[in-house]
Design a protein around this ligand. Structure first.
Ligand code: ATP
Length: 458
């Protein structure tokens, strides 16, 4: 049994495999194949806004589904979908009105605006090979604080009483619902609340494709624990979260922890680690794991005047739980999946995506566009579709069709030829090795299922 699920080893050709070096290659693939398009493109686009196309949305749904299952399949985590617009006092309590600021510098020469703490990631407006401030004519102003929240008005009156904000993080929707969720789901501390949703930040320097945008999605989980057990839970969640990324097939050497030191720690945090990924533009944050203490619940208690304490029935103890937060960007996780999977050997480009992320798991093709082969293909495709998202393609040579699937990360190609009609076997081709095998149609779905189950071991 084990023998039949071994994936054949070895590249079919001996060209050295390269990984993603230039983001432009990924941006171009994403546009060409329908993963990500520039927003409002026919109007010339809008800075740093992107639309997910047919394959991008499938990949994004797969990312979210995998995260959601990893959280809410646990007995001690509940799900939530809170509104984007919240009572304006939420943002006073959270500290965002006064403190959600980035340092902004202007260049009087090129009129560029930059984040003072991220100048190393930016380019001088006149000499793109230089960093802002390093060009011969750069004239950077002193840094001033810029609030990143998008403001809008609720109702027909545009006066200050009607100001609301587009949420800059999903977490606050969880904190204000702490009692609602705990009581309705009859959860006992320690337990968590998970949420996926849009967040908005008026970033000073968005960029690097979908890495930093002004509208993005977060996948956040807030875990409520008894004070004193917080560091233990913090360590557990740190390990569980990096393992999740590894289980998604992300290469180990491309992931690392970055610890926030004293000067870097947010006002609410007792301890914070980022999970960083090495993008072609350097090591950057992918997810944050924070020990937020009882800061959030105590502030909401103070600003709302409502008690948010938890009563432990067994110990007959009343306390304000501490919160351990895991906060991942959905778009960033998707970008990491694509950037990490990108492969090029000088001839062939393919995405070595984890099967659970791949928009299509299988492509089923007739060797030629002959009615009897097409008919058999439809039958096999129907069967495969009962288990996996699958597609077909009959345009061009079989080699070209394989390449098209390689570029969008489809793990398996299945070809129906004349031998199939007589002996009911098909060719199955492995995306990453290009190795081809002949297996019986009867075993096809089982074979693919077994390959996927054992994917992490390959
Ligand atoms: P930075 O300091 O880089 O602006 P941050 O530390 O403020 O980021 P968090 O508030 O910890 O970021 O956000 C949690 C996660 O949300 C990040 O790890 C990232 O994956 C995602 N995220 C934050 N801002 C953006 C953005 N502008 N575009 C896309 N994803 C984002």
């Amino acid at each position: 049994m084990t023998d039949s699920i071994e994936t054949p080893k070895g590249p079919a050709q001996n060209l050295p495999v390269q990984n993603l070096k230039d983001m432009a290659d990924l941006v171009s693939l994403c546009k060409r194949r329908g993963f990500v398009f520039p927003s409002s493109e026919i109007y010339g686009g809008i800075n740093a806004c992107w639309d997910y196309g047919p394959l991008g949305i499938e990949l994004k749904r797969n990312v979210k589904e995998r995260w959601w299952r990893s959280m809410t399949d646990r007995e001690d985590i509940e799900g939530l979908d809170a509104a984007i617009l919240m009572h304006p006092k939420v943002w006073e309590a959270s500290g965002h009105v006064s403190g959600f600021v980035d340092p902004l510098v202007d260049c009087k020469k090129c009129k560029g605006r930059f984040r003072a703490d991220k100048l190393d990631l930016a380019q001088c407006g006149e000499k793109p090979s230089k960093k802002p401030g390093e060009g011969p004519d750069c004239q950077l102003t002193e840094a001033r604080q810029f609030n990143l929240m998008f403001k809008t008005h609720m109702g027909p009156l545009e006066d200050s009483a009607a100001v609301v904000y587009l949420r800059p993080e999903t977490a606050q929707g969880i904190y204000v619902n702490f009692h609602n969720v705990q009581q309705s789901a009859r959860q006992k501390v320690p337990f968590g609340i998970a949420q996926i949703g849009k967040a908005f930040r008026n970033e000073i320097t968005p960029g690097n494709f979908i890495f930093r945008t002004r509208e993005f999605e977060q996948m956040e989980m807030q875990f409520f624990v008894k004070p004193g057990t917080d560091m233990e839970w913090f360590e557990k969640w740190k390990e569980m979260r990096i393992q999740w990324h590894l289980d998604n097939g992300i290469r180990k050497e491309k992931l690392r922890f970055h610890q926030h030191k004293d000067g870097e720690l947010a006002h609410y945090a007792k301890a914070a680690f980022d999970i960083e990924y090495e993008f072609p533009f350097g090591w950057q944050e992918l997810e944050g794991i924070h020990n937020r203490t009882d800061f959030d619940l105590s502030r909401h208690q103070q600003f709302s005047g409502k008690k948010l304490e938890y009563f432990d029935e067994q110990a007959k103890e009343r306390y304000l739980p501490y919160i351990v937060e895991t906060s991942a960007g959905c778009d960033r996780t998707l970008l990491v999946a694509l950037a990490d999977a990108y492969r090029f050997d000088g001839d062939r480009t393919w995405l070595a995506l984890h099967p659970s992320f791949a928009p299509y798991k299988v492509g089923v093709f007739p060797l030629m566009k002959k009615p009897e082969l097409v008919e058999y293909t439809e039958k096999v495709l129907g069967e495969v579709k009962t288990k996996f998202r699958a597609t077909t393609d009959d345009a061009g040579s079989i080699g070209k069709r394989y390449r098209r699937q390689d570029e969008i990360g489809t793990p398996f190609g299945v070809t129906i030829d004349y031998d199939t009609l007589s002996n009911h076997t098909v060719t199955i081709r492995h995306r990453d090795t290009m190795v081809q095998e002949r297996i019986s149609v009867e075993n096809l779905v089982r074979y693919i299922e077994d390959q996927f189950k054992n994917w992490n071991r390959v």
